[in-house]
Design a protein around this ligand. Structure first.
Ligand code: GDP
Ligand code: MN
Length: 356
């Protein structure tokens, strides 16, 4: 699960990693301070280059930037939240991250002297890269201080790296990235940006995880803008089989969509919203074999979609697996039939599509 910048910064700040002071933009209220940096909270990088970050120093500029950025789509995402931060005076922008190297069965620290929006220009082999553990964090931080050409900041970096490591472990993170880690003109480090990904498999021991993003990442591929049949399935194999079945029946699949293993009501609802963006879709086929996913969650999402999305095309639903009976009860109560097999869904879809 990917966190938004403000959520990730909240977690690192709990571990005493410095972040700029900030407030969440509220359209009705005046800014808490100016100048400020307005930042779109979308789960993707490259916001700066896409126009999703603006420095403002008057009420007028603030209002204009809020208006513009809240409507700005970045890589398919429109923000629900805007973050406003104090303007930090930058001397240097570094890259610093912790991630899991599965082949080495270790957490790895990566860093680069040239961080910021152009970090991808750097060669992969040029990154500072060290396996790191609670025992070696201090040594790694010393080496990092030398690498950054800031040997006198060794103690500060020790605290920072140890705090990052503790934060990473305590939150079952799979990625924690500061880019840029800002070195300010008055010689301090502050997290300019923070990207964090958490391990969905650890959700059971984190009842406190309440984030904007749906727990599961949906894997959506647009296939044909003129497609008449949209598909929602879980697991890449089942999703492909569903798309194939649609095509074999002579219809045009609009999309491939794998809602993943831990799909919940929010992520399924998000899937529906992407599908209705296709103008020609006449039918939605939902094909779920639930293991970790629960059929009742899917059922609730279908009902929520029906009530929230106007002109939702008819959906033919085949469910099997965990909490199947509950799901059928929920859907039947709402007057939505479920079908026993994918073949039945396809037959109904063929009728619906040729009807038009
Ligand atoms: P990203 O483009 O999605 O990675 O968003 P970032 O949060 O990393 O911001 C992109 C760039 O905007 C940074 O590398 C900085 O150069 C600039 N930036 C962000 N916040 C500040 C700030 O407080 N002060 C200044 N001067 N620049 C900022
Ligand atoms: Mn960044």
């Amino acid at each position: 699960m990917k966190l938004l910048e403000y959520e990730a910064k909240h977690l690192i700040n709990e571990h005493n990693i410095p972040v700029p002071s900030s407030f969440i933009v509220s359209p009705a209220a005046d800014p808490e301070f100016l100048p400020a940096v307005i930042k779109s909270q979308v789960p993707t990088g490259g916001r700066g280059k896409a126009g999703g970050i603006a420095v403002v120093d008057s009420e007028k500029q603030y209002a204009d930037a809020v208006e513009r950025i809240s409507q700005l789509q970045i890589k398919g995402f429109t923000p629900k939240t805007l973050l406003a931060e104090e303007l930090v005076m930058i001397d240097k922008e570094f890259y610093l991250s912790l991630l899991i190297d599965t082949s080495a069965a270790s957490i790895v620290l990566m860093a680069h002297k040239n961080g910021g929006v152009e970090v991808e220009e750097n060669q992969a082999e040029d990154f500072f890269r060290r396996p790191i553990s609670a025992d070696t964090a201090e040594t790694v931080a010393d080496e990092l201080a030398d690498y950054f050409d800031l040997p006198d900041k060794s103690f500060v970096l020790q605290d920072l790296v140890e705090a990052l490591f503790r934060c990473f472990c305590a939150n079952d993170a799979t990625l924690l990235e500061l880019n840029p880690l800002i070195y300010t003109r008055d010689g301090k480090f502050v997290a300019g940006d923070c990207k964090m990904e958490l391990d969905d498999a650890a959700a059971f021991r984190h009842p406190e995880w309440q984030f904007e993003q749906a727990k599961a990442e949906v894997n959506f591929v647009a296939l044909d803008q003129n497609g008449t049949v949209a598909t929602i399935a879980n697991g890449a194999g089942l999703a492909m089989a569903t798309v194939d079945a649609v095509a074999d029946a002579g219809m045009t699949p609009a999309n491939f969509l794998d809602i993943g293993g831990g799909a919940n009501e929010a992520s399924v609802l998000a899937a529906f919203e992407r599908i209705v963006a296709f103008p020609s879709v006449k039918v939605i086929i939902i094909n779920i074999f639930a293991g970790i996913t629960r059929c009742d969650e899917i059922a609730r999402a279908v009902i929520a979609a029906k009530s929230q999305i106007t002109n939702l095309p008819p959906a033919y639903i085949r469910l099997a697996g965990t909490n199947f009976e509950q799901a059928v009860d929920i859907l039947t109560d709402a007057g939505i039939p479920t079908l026993a097999t994918l073949e039945e869904c396809i037959q109904r879809a063929v009728k619906e599509v040729s009807h038009e």
